[in-house]
Ligand binder design. Structure first.
Ligand SMILES: [Zn+2]
Length: 153
């Protein structure tokens, strides 16, 4: 049965769990682990530390499952926003809610689809620098929303 070990076990930060998926290159069973991965975002390579993915122990192939790549994208966007001092997902939602607008109404004022607003607010996409300026104008300049309403799509 279980002996009571007193020795220190070193815990690796990388989670090594066997997955039931085989490597698409060599067929070896892949291992789940965390490592730094890079993702291009607006022409910039964003480094995401400890991104969960599958790795082939034999040939080094990296595979991102659906959830892994969704998470990687969200983490990269949060890092990118912080690095460039952009409004966060919740700050954008806060601006919209302050004016009592739905995502669809807000999208029309910015000449964007409701899906774009939804993706900003859920961290699945990041606003451009020019949209960032427009969002800040709406937040900081009284009357700018009225102006946009007169020129809505
Ligand atoms: Zn392999």
């Amino acid at each position: 049965m279980n002996k009571n070990h007193r020795e220190k076990t070193s815990i690796s930060p990388a989670r090594r769990t066997l997955s039931d998926e085989a490597c698409p290159s060599c067929g070896t069973g892949m291992i789940e682990r965390r490592a730094q991965l890079k993702l291009p975002l607006n022409g910039e390579n964003v480094s995401v530390p400890s991104a969960l993915h599958l790795s082939c122990p034999k040939c080094g192939e990296v595979v991102l499952r659906f959830e892994d790549s969704r998470r990687l994208q969200e983490d990269a966007i949060a890092i990118y926003r912080k690095k460039h001092g952009l409004l966060s997902a919740s700050q954008i939602r806060g601006i919209r809610e302050r004016f009592g607008l739905t995502q669809g109404e807000f999208g029309r004022l910015l000449h964007l689809g409701a899906n774009t607003i939804s993706r900003w607010e859920s961290g699945r996409n990041v606003q451009t620098e020019s949209m960032e300026m427009l969002l800040r104008l709406i937040r900081d300049l009284p009357g700018s929303l009225d102006y946009l309403r007169q020129h809505a799509a």
